[in-house]
Design a protein around this ligand. Structure first.
Ligand SMILES: C[S@@+](CC[C@H](N)C(=O)[O-])C[C@H]1O[C@@H](n2cnc3c(N)ncnc32)[C@H](O)[C@@H]1O
Ligand SMILES: *[C@@H]1O[C@H](CO)[C@@H](O)[C@H](O)[C@H]1NC(C)=O
Ligand SMILES: *[C@@H]1O[C@H](CO)[C@@H](O)[C@H](O)[C@H]1NC(C)=O
Ligand SMILES: *[C@@H]1O[C@H](CO)[C@@H](O)[C@H](O)[C@H]1NC(C)=O
Length: 251
């Protein structure tokens, strides 16, 4: 009989403390429908009983699964949560930092009104091109403002264009070593009461014990610790997917 997850987890935690089980603990820490929890019955239960994926998003997801990097795509259950939050605060302007094929950007574009806008930051146009037909099919491509250049440059451009404090929702999901910079610029761009969602804050569990040469994990861990003390925001760190922090900018 297979040991239950808690037993395996406790065993790995014990080994992890002695530095022997990093990858094992990692795979258990990702609760993501097309990642570590793909075949988990509890994950299936969550999807079966709460997912309301629009058909066009399902099509984009299945197309993205053909790409060898599909696993970096946002989890559908997480995108749904963020779309619900964006709708709750009447989002008209959003920023997606790291678009990939555009699953979450499309999910946001479906939520913002006709006069709304989603700025998509991406450095690899091949990815955004893969998603484009699905934005067109959904009739929301006119809401997209896709900028193919380093995301930091795009955030600086938006600030220089006088768009500080005009965005409602930002999703940070690009190169991890720039997370601190993305957060600071996003905080300037978001209005009071706006939300900054930060992905991969648990980084497969590695944040618990960052290796000395692992700059991505260190960067995420540093930001996590900074956010906890940051009195410009309220926050929650959720264990959905690979970890998602929600930062709510104070009024
Ligand atoms: C985890 S994926 C994003 C997934 C996406 N949010 C989704 O909805 O599926 C990260 C993306 O960030 C992009 N990226 C990496 N460095 C970047 C940078 N400096 N500026 C903009 N995009 C970057 C990568 O090409 C990759 O497509
Ligand atoms: C989820 O739905 C699928 C398809 O209907 C079904 O085969 C599976 O047993 C369900 N699993 C759970 C845990 O609800
Ligand atoms: C969102 O817009 C609706 C309709 O205009 C309004 O009733 C509601 O109070 C707004 N909600 C927030 C959080 O601003
Ligand atoms: C995009 O795809 C083309 C054609 O397959 C390839 O030559 C190019 O290197 C790709 N660009 C990037 C940034 O991956």
């Amino acid at each position: 009989m297979a040991p239950d997850l808690k037993t395996v987890f406790s065993f790995c935690l014990l080994l992890a403390l002695t530095g022997k089980c990093r990858t094992r603990i990692a795979s258990l820490d990702i609760f993501k429908s097309h990642g570590g929890a793909k075949d988990n019955p509890l994950m299936q239960y969550v999807l079966n009983n709460s997912l309301r994926e629009p058909p066009v998003l399902e099509k984009l997801r299945l197309k993205t699964f053909e790409d060898p990097w599909y696993f970096i795509m946002v989890a559908r259950e997480q995108a749904q949560l963020m779309a619900n939050l964006a709708r709750l605060i009447n989002t008209t302007k959003a920023i997606e930092i790291g678009m990939y094929t555009g699953y979450n950007a499309l999910s946001l574009a479906l939520v913002v009104p006709e006069n709304g806008r989603v700025v998509g930051c991406e450095i690899n146009e091949n990815y955004t091109n893969m998603g484009k037909p699905f934005f067109e099919e959904a009739g929301v491509y006119h809401k997209m403002d896709i900028r193919i250049q380093p995301a930091l440059k795009t955030l600086d451009d938006l600030l220089a264009a006088g768009e500080a404090e005009t965005f409602d929702f930002v999703f940070i999901d690009a190169d991890k070593q720039n997370y601190g910079n993305y957060y600071e610029k996003s905080l300037q761009l978001v209005r009071k009461g706006g939300i900054i969602a930060i992905d991969n804050v648990l980084w497969s569990g590695k944040v618990v014990d960052p290796a000395e040469d692992d700059l991505s994990t260190q960067s995420i861990d540093n930001l996590n610790k900074r956010l906890h003390k940051d009195d410009r925001i309220d926050l929650s760190m959720l264990t959905v997917g690979d970890g998602l922090t929600l930062a709510f900018k104070h009024w």
